[in-house]
Write a protein that binds this ligand. Structure first.
Ligand SMILES: Cc1ncc(COP(=O)(O)O)c(C=O)c1O
Length: 494
């Protein structure tokens, strides 16, 4: 029969239920303190947890959790069959517990450029929480993605998964996917590259951040299309670079303005094949002059070719990269528009293999490497021809949807009619001069309509008021209802 454990001479703790410290931590601290200051002597046998809990009027679980921690930290020792004892030299054996005093986080001083850029950036919509509604911009028709094919390939990939894919792989990306991408951009975008120049990244966003971090220093000047892509601007701001806003016309960036005002820029951010968000394309002579200047100045050109594969008519414009004789262009393509954004898959094409290795090293510092399974599935998707087929289907669908929306918009009061373009997923609709596009957008939001104001994309070159409307993800019926409301709101506000 086991000996009855002696009662200990320690009153129960005064527990505070609303304190920052959980109850078991308070019990732990109560016993620990008694051990440290000698009220509970070394080698003293403690009562069973059930008894202690009953004596102190608390739940046994709380005592168990407290004992567990005291045992772990060496204040108590358990001897099988005999019970739990205060350790021989508890104070020397154990490190003092971490202080659990809630501290107010200190303001980092000075606030880093990265933090300022992160705080200033307006977060994009979160479609996991908010419904996808007209006219959400830049969103592909997710319902038309061939998930049955993707799922079939995913099953094949998981079944055939080799252990070689499960460790730490090449930060530049899965080799066969880099080959498939090099082939694809060669044929479809006239990009000249070998697979060694390709680095797979998590979205254009990572490409922008890597480029900014590796090629810019604080204080370096960059040309930013104005209006332009706010996420690109934010990425350059994050490394402390200085924006040189360049106005945009119907043919993209105003090169003469940029050359006159900011001839010494270190980097140029451009969407030459389909300017975002105005929709123009940079003509060949301007491309040549831009490339010449970059070569003379050793400046970098970051070509963001985000949606130009979704071209409806006319010959596809070849990329700037394909015209570049001097290796000044860094090309970025993304699967966010051709497949779906949550895939987080994009690619950089660097001027040579050495630079690609540098970018891969940079990627190692960010996230070591991209997820491999998605890359394996995507490789099959491309190699079996599904990618090309899906793009062709989406080109037709988006063209039909754009034409439909243009027709519907004829019924609403706009000064010049909407500006369609022969590619992409969005169009611009100008508003009467008297209206503030931010106010109109806010009013539409109350009616459940998403229509970002053009002002959100401008830095210093103000544009006449306009709204950006996405059409790719919406049926005719969805758009018709939204257009009717848009017309009502505009009439009310005019
Ligand atoms: C100009 C531009 N570039 C790139 C992207 C794609 O970004 P990501 O590849 O990070 O999804 C978008 C998406 O809206 C865009 O508008």
């Amino acid at each position: 029969m086991s000996k009855q454990a002696p009662k200990i001479d320690l009153p129960g703790p005064a527990l505070e239920r609303k304190a920052d410290l959980p109850l078991h931590q308070q019990v732990y601290e109560h016993i620990r303190q008694a051990i440290v200051d000698g009220r509970l002597q070394p080698r003293l046998r403690l009562p069973a947890t059930r008894m202690l809990a009953a004596d102190w009027g608390i739940s046994r679980n709380i005592v168990l959790l407290a004992f567990e921690q005291l045992l772990l930290e060496g204040y108590l020792v358990a001897r099988t069959g005999s019970g739990t004892f205060v350790a021989d030299q508890p104070a020397r054996l154990s490190a003092p517990p971490p202080r659990r005093v809630p501290v107010k986080p200190a303001e980092p001083t000075p606030r880093s450029a990265f933090r300022q850029a992160a705080e200033a950036y307006v977060l994009p919509r979160n479609t996991e929480r908010e419904a996808i509604r007209p006219f959400q911009t830049s969103l592909p028709s997710l319902r038309d993605f061939p998930f049955s094919i993707w799922n079939r390939l995913a099953v094949q990939v998981y079944r055939g998964l080799h252990i070689q894919h499960l460790g730490y792989g090449d930060a530049a990306g899965h080799g066969p996917l880099r080959e498939a991408i090099a082939r694809h951009v060669g044929v479809n975008r006239a990009v000249r590259c070998t697979p060694e120049q390709v680095v797979i990244v998590q979205g254009t966003q990572q490409a922008l951040f890597l480029t900014a971090s590796l090629l810019l220093e604080p204080g370096d000047a960059y040309w930013m299309e104005d209006p332009g892509y706010p996420a690109a601007h934010a990425s350059f701001q994050a490394v402390g670079a200085v924006a040189c806003p360049v106005p945009v016309g119907s043919q993209g960036l105003d090169l003469d303005y940029a050359l006159t005002r900011y001839p010494r820029a270190r980097l140029v951010y451009v969407t030459p094949s389909h300017q975002y968000p105005m929709g123009g394309a940079m003509p060949y002579p301007v491309r040549k002059r831009l490339l010449d200047w970059a070569q003379q100045r050793n400046a970098w050109i970051l070509e963001d070719d985000y949606d130009s594969e979704l071209r409806f008519s006319g010959r596809p414009l070849p990329s700037l990269q394909g015209l570049d004789p001097a290796g000044r262009v860094i090309y970025v393509g993304t699967f966010s528009k051709t497949l779906f954004p949550a895939l987080r898959m994009a690619y950089l094409i660097l001027p040579d293999a050495e630079m690609a290795r540098l970018f891969a090293r940079g990627k190692v510092l960010l996230d070591r490497q991209g997820p491999v399974v998605e890359q394996l599935i995507l490789t099959k998707f491309m190699e079996e021809g599904h990618f090309g087929r899906h793009i062709r289907r989406m080109q037709q669908l988006y063209e039909t949807r754009q034409n439909g929306l243009l027709d519907m918009l004829k019924a609403i009061p706009t000064p010049h009619g909407p500006l369609g373009s022969n590619a992409g997923m969005n169009l611009l609709v100008r508003l009467p001069e008297s209206l503030d596009d931010r106010a109109v957008s806010a009013e539409l939001a109350k009616e459940g309509i998403i229509a970002p104001p053009l002002s959100n994309y401008t830095l210093e070159h103000r544009q006449p008021p306009a709204l950006l409307l996405g059409y790719a993800a919406f049926t005719k019926e969805q758009m018709q209802t939204a257009v009717t409301r848009l017309g009502e709101v505009l009439r009310r506000m005019m």
